[in-house]
Write a protein that binds this ligand. Sequence first.
Ligand code: C5P
Length: 326
Amino acid sequence: MSAPLDNEPFVYTARAHSKVNIHLGVEEPREDGFHELASVFQSLELHDTVTLTDLGNPEVDKPRIQGLKVTGPHAQGVPEDYTNLAWTAVNRIMQYLYTTHGPKALPEVALEIHKAIPTAGGMAGGSADAAAALRLAERCYGGYYGIDSVGEPILDALGAALGSDVPFTLLGGTALGTGRGEQLTPMMARGTYHWALIASDRGLSTPQVFHKLDEMREKGRGGAPHMDTAAVSQALISGDPHRVAQHLHNDLQPAALSLRPDLRKTLEAGVAAGALAGIVSGSGPTCAFLCAGAEEAREVVSQVTVEIPGTKGVATHGPASGAVVL
Ligand code: C5P
C-alpha cells in the first residue's frame, strides 16, 4: 500500500454503524466502577459517515489533526475538538505506530463526521465514530508506514481503551459482549430484523443511568441482573422476529425510566402503533421497537413521532457490518 503523493489532499471515508442492545444484563458494580455485562448487541444499518482528509506535506514530529467538522441531522452538541472520541482515536493510532515502528513523516489530517445517529441516545454513536476513525487512521497513516493493518487485536485493544462499546462497533453483526461489554463472541442470527428507533431531544448520561440502577438496587428496587442469554440466543437462531420480540430485555430500563418517566409513553405508543415489542436502547433515551417488517417499522416511526412531542424517528434494520472504510 502506498501513501498519496505529497501536497495532494486525499479523502478516506468510513461508515460508522449504530447498535441496539437486544438484551442487556447488568451485574453489581465491579471494583473499578464498571459493571459486568451480558449484552447481546446488534449493529444497525443506520450509520454516521466519517471522513479523514490527508492534507499532504508529510513531516516528522509535526503531524496533527487540523480540525473536526460535525454536520448532519444530529450534529447539535457534538464536540468539534480533541474532546471528541474520534479525534482521540486518530491520535491513538498515530501513537501506536510511532511506538512500534518509530518516527515517520506524516501529514496533517482533517476529520468530518456526518451525524445520522442520535447523540447521547444509547445507540453507540460516539463509539461508532471512534471505531471508524481508528480504521481511517490505520488506513491513512499505515500507508506512510507501508503496512496494511495493525491487526484486529490491536484495534480492539485501542478501541476498548476508548470506550466499552468501541470493540463492538468495530466488529458489527450480532454478538455477545461480556466483561464491560468489550469481550465479544459473535452470535448466530438468522434473517433481518426491522427496527423503529425513536430518539428524544434530550440525551441521558450513561454513567448517570448505571449509577441510578445501583441506587435502586440498594433500595431493593430495579430488578435482579439478567445474565442468562440462552433464550434470546435461541430466538435469534430461529430468525423469527416474533420470538426475538418476546426476549427483548434491558436491566438499565427501570433506571432510564426512573430518570425519564416520559419514556413510558413512548414505549406504549410504539406498541400501540404496531411494533412487536419495544425497549429502551442501552442507557437510553432512544427507544427501539422490533417490528415484523420494514413497512411496519416506518409506520411506528410516523405514528410515534406525531404523537410524542420532542421525538425524532428513523426506521432501520440489522444486523449490519462494523465500522468499514469504503
Ligand atoms: O466505557 P464507556 O466510557 O463507554 O463507559 C461510560 C460509563 O458508563 C462508565 O464511566 C461507567 O460509568 C458506565 N459503564 C459501566 N459499566 C459498563 C460500561 C459502562 O458502569 N460495563
